[in-house]
Design a protein around this ligand. Structure first.
Ligand code: CA
Ligand code: CA
Length: 245
């Protein structure tokens, strides 16, 4: 074969590899300085997180800033505390759907012998707590009029975006606070930090069986300054510079 024919593609390939390497290096450098120019933020450490404690009678699911953060792992009993680490990011929109254990057709529990009652409480390590400032709305109620002989359930369709940050909850009422003795939490509750938090539900803790709570925390309640980790996907954290490949 002609030497020239072999040499030409080989030179072309070498040039391509060289251009790619230089481009990659420039891209890495640009990416790094872009991260720097947007304000330095180190990689989040576990010490940047706060503990979130939740107790629900009987079940809940929680979103923070539109992201799924916690699901109660036990639907009914025993009553349990869910404790997870979260990376706080303000303003922080918390959306919780809580459910009292209730038969879908009667709204009652324990083989349709009891109306049953709900209750929800939450405390985050930054001082965020549940109280009457939270918004609350019932989406499933029963038995209507407490008629346990002819039990009926009223359901309101749950909006698909109930947990979204921009969901409109202006028309919703405020949560009702309940005392510890009214809710009567079970043992694991006392082993976790809920100090300063209030049990909440709608104004009817018995008949309202599916309730959504929403709350916006504008600044850290404990007043502690925290880095803004909200755009972690869009920046290159400061720290050890990555080697160009
Ligand atoms: Ca109930
Ligand atoms: Ca219950």
């Amino acid at each position: 074969m002609n030497r020239k024919r072999i040499l030409k593609p080989a030179l072309g390939l070498a040039a391509l590899v060289c251009v790619t390497a230089v481009t990659s290096f420039v891209w890495m450098q640009a990416g790094y300085s872009q991260g720097e120019s947007r304000g330095k933020v180190g990689k989040p450490r576990i010490s940047d997180t706060v503990q979130a404690n939740m107790y629900a009678d009987n079940w809940f699911i929680m979103y923070v800033n539109g992201e799924l953060v916690a699901v109660d792992s036990i639907q009914f009993m025993p009553h349990n505390v869910i404790s997870v680490d979260i990376l706080p990011d303000y303003p922080m929109t918390i959306a919780v759907m809580a459910k009292d254990n209730a038969d879908a057709k009667t709204g009652m529990e324990y083989a349709n012998t009891s109306i049953g009652d709900g209750g929800f409480i939450l405390k985050f390590g930054d001082g965020t707590v549940t109280n009457g400032d939270w918004k609350a709305k019932a989406f499933s109620r029963g038995p209507i009029d407490r008629d346990t002989k002819n039990p009926r359930v009223e359901n309101t369709p749950i909006p698909e975006d109930w947990y979204a940050v921009d969901f409109e909850d202006e028309s919703w009422g405020q949560a009702t606070e309940y005392t510890q003795s009214q809710i009567d939490p079970k043992e694991p509750f006392f082993e976790h930090d809920f100090e300063g938090a209030r049990f909440i539900w709608t104004e009817d803790v018995e008949i309202d069986n599916t309730v959504i709570f929403r709350h916006v925390v504008t600044t850290p309640p404990d007043g502690k300054a925290r880095p803004d980790f909200s755009n972690l996907n869009d920046i290159v954290p400061s720290g050890p510079r990555r080697r160009p490949r």
